[in-house]
Design a protein around this ligand. Structure first.
Ligand SMILES: Cc1cc2nc3c(=O)[nH]c(=O)nc-3n(C[C@H](O)[C@H](O)[C@H](O)COP(=O)(O)OP(=O)(O)OC[C@H]3O[C@@H](n4cnc5c(N)ncnc54)[C@H](O)[C@@H]3O)c2cc1C
Length: 401
């Protein structure tokens, strides 16, 4: 039986393992961190296209998190721009889902473990090599593992990407940082199921109501020059909170109230993407998820693309028995779509960035005309390629390669 070594136990790793299992391939997932290193972490939205791909694998509905079927956009002066659906619902009514990162990781990991997939924690890959008809992976603890192929699901800073191609491109800085939190005991306008997005005078602010009455929020302030780790580390939590409060004090939005009701705010984190990785695979190794196409968080698609990758990789390995050809076929199927989505994410980031007050004032005059309700609905129709994307697990892949 073919055995795959999967590096990374985030999203793409466990879902790849589930996908391969359905394809009749056994795998072991190696995760660098300890199993208990979960924490509550940031929150994210799983878009309908990713949710559809997850269900296609036979994974049940997520019990953690809550539905988030709509967005509503505002200007910082409080003016409503438009309200739109967060993609079209699936035939069974499934819509996008808001979930904490740790709940999503835990759900996927538990699903894999419950289905008999072996996961090993505290295993940081440091090197790997192709050995004729197989692969060997070397870990920081001095151990090694052998298999028929190796799947790099090790995230944006992927080691596997660089093992496949030492000249692989670096991450591209996105010109902004992001920070988030959970506010408790605060009463702000809005209904559950809607994400409220404010194109503020100085920065972008978004919030949603969860099922317990708490508010999940994040901000994406522009930060033109990539900050160094030392620069970010020098900002104390109190300084960052004060900076955020100043950023939103002139807006007609609940941002200040929400920030004040938040105990812990995540430190500013630069955002990156990865528009084009020339080599996704060699004869026995391949990258999936952020390891081959990190997307700006503004696109809300990183998790969904990782799940789609995993499903497509499973189909290719099921139907193309020669491993190098299966990996090449997977790349051929996925590359055009993921590069288009990364481009979309970059555009989404640019559209929420604030570059000086002159341009911001012009934006506030122009946007109510250009981005009204009708235009927003038209935009959603034009995004059908993204949200309505369907992968049929049972359909054989075209084995012409
Ligand atoms: C602030 C923020 C907000 C986001 N919001 C959204 C959102 O709303 N919607 C959305 O779809 N996406 C969002 N994303 C993107 C999303 O989180 C990623 O696209 C997604 O997690 C990618 O999954 P992955 O499995 O490829 O990588 P990861 O989730 O990063 O998992 C990689 C795993 O590999 C492990 N690992 C790394 N190196 C090694 C090694 N050498 N050996 C062994 N294990 C290793 C890591 O510990 C990690 O567990 C957001 C990202 C950020 C930063």
């Amino acid at each position: 039986m073919t055995t795959a070594l999967i590096i990374g136990g985030g999203v793409a790793g466990p879902v790849s393992a589930l996908s391969l299992q359905r394809a009749g391939i056994q795998s072991v997932v190696y995760e660098a961190y300890d199993r208990t290193a979960d924490g509550i972490g940031a929150n994210l939205v799983l878009a309908v296209n990713g949710y559809r791909a997850l269900l296609e694998l036979g994974v049940g509905h997520l019990t953690a998190g809550f539905d988030i079927p709509r967005y509503r956009y505002f200007l910082g002066n409080g003016r409503v721009l438009a309200g739109v659906r967060n993609g079209n619902p699936l035939p069974d009514g499934t819509v996008a889902r808001a979930i904490t990162r740790s709940d999503l990781y835990t759900a996927l990991r538990d699903e894999a473990i419950n289905k008999g997939i072996q996961m090993e924690f505290g295993k940081r890959l440091v090197d790997a090599e192709v050995t004729g008809d197989g692969v060997v992976a070397y870990f920081a603890d001095g151990t090694e593992a052998r298999g028929d192929l190796l799947i790099g699901a090790d995230g944006a800073h992927s080691a596997v990407r660089r093992i496949i191609d030492p000249n692989a491109p670096a991450l591209r800085y996105g010109g902004m940082v992001t920070s988030s939190g959970y506010a408790r005991g605060v009463d702000v306008p809005g209904e559950r199921g809607t994400e409220f997005m404010y194109l503020g005078k100085r920065a972008f602010f978004s919030y949603i109501h969860d099922d317990q009455g708490d508010i999940w929020w994040y901000v994406s302030p522009s930060w033109p020059d990539e900050p160094t780790q030392a620069e970010l580390a020098a900002i104390t939590p109190q300084q960052w909170r004060a900076r955020l409060l100043r950023m939103f004090e002139k807006d007609d939005s609940p941002a200040v109230k929400i920030i004040n009701a938040t105990d812990e705010i995540t430190p500013p984190r630069p955002i990156y993407d990865l528009p084009h990785v020339p080599r996704w695979c060699n004869e026995r190794m391949v990258v999936v998820g952020d390891a081959c196409h990190a997307v700006s968080p503004s696109g809300g698609q990183g998790v969904s693309l990782s799940i789609e990758d995993a499903v497509q990789l499973g189909r290719c390995l099921r139907d193309v028995t020669d491993i190098p050809r299966a990996l090449a076929h997977y790349e051929e199927i996925r590359r055009p779509r993921v590069e288009k989505v990364v481009h979309f994410g970059r555009s989404a980031s640019k559209s929420i960035a604030v570059h000086g007050q002159g341009r911001r004032v012009a934006r506030d005059l122009f946007l109510p005309i250009a981005f009204n309700q009708k235009a927003a609905e038209k935009d959603l129709e034009n995004m059908s390629w993204l949200y309505d994307h369907t992968i049929d697990w049972d359909a054989p892949v075209a084995v012409g390669v």
